[in-house]
Design a protein around this ligand. Sequence first.
Ligand code: AMP
Ligand code: TRP
Length: 336
Amino acid sequence: MEQTAEKKQVIFSGIQPSGTLTIGNYIGALRNFVTLQHDYDCIYCIVDEHAITVRQNPADLRRRCLELAAIYIASGLDPKQNLIYCQSHVSAHAELAWILGCFTYMGELNRMTQFKAKSAAHEDNINAGLFTYPVLMAADILLYQTNLVPVGVDQKQHLELCRDIAQRFNAVYGNVFTIPEGYIPKVGAKIMSLQEPGKKMSKSDPEDTYIALLDSPDVIRKKIRRAVTDSDGEIRFDPENKPGVSNLLSMISALTGTPVNQVVSDLQGVGYGELKNRTTEAVVTALEPLQREYQRLIADKAYLQSVIDENGQKASALATRTLRKVQKKIGFAPRG
Ligand code: AMP
Ligand code: TRP
């Protein structure tokens, strides 16, 4: 993270420690983090402040933060090369979010589809944090002068709002923020539910709709065997008309690095049973090393704690630089 003549571009992304991670998180986000780590300065945040927009059990939240750190590392992210830390350990996130909230319109936040979906799902708790969630996400990204944000397609709208806020701020105060670009994978940007393949696979839905990163091979096999397909028996990539089959094909393609056309032609003449076997094989093979490494890491809580402590301090130093610049531009009183 040093500032040298050949300073690399900056990547920032975050995942909420709010439940079991799914193969959707892995294909849409995590897997790309790993590929990008060598060419960029990468910052991967455990966004616990975002997680509390929905009620969390304190003991679970605490445990999941370290578990997510272990997942990041087990996926192949080197904590010496990448900043892996907890959002709540760097107070600049919340401070910048307040400022950016004063540059964001109610109408913009009202249009966010995630807000609409989450308000419908948590009708008894439509809190202001749920509404301003994208402002905090913008602060996360802009604090680090981020160039690229790898996310699944569901975050595209939030990212566009982040760019709008940054441009609006820069138009008034000069070039304070780098304008970030999204990095959305071509295949697998939206892995669908196994039971309702018209819907995104989500960790907040029932067990049998998603594959968790830590599911055993047996459980994975069972869930895929029960995945909803269709009745025409043809293996073809057509997400609109054949969402279930296309979802399985996307998973194989993304996890084996084979173009989807190739996957389809390899499967000509076989039935859905074999399509499901191949999907299981691709998922189990991809997750096996991750799960082994995860088990090793999660047994060493002291190590995980030291990773988030050290990286949190480094992140804080970087974030504070941007925050101070913003505060000065806004006209807050100088510090003595
Ligand atoms: P979240 O679990 O909502 O914190 O999401 C973390 C990251 O995983 C974000 O970049 C999401 O876009 C991505 N993601 C979540 N679910 C899926 C899915 N079903 N398919 C692809 N990407 C996903
Ligand atoms: N909102 C993202 C999600 O739900 C998580 C997130 C928070 C994030 N801050 C971010 C992603 C900054 C990318 C960059 O998936």
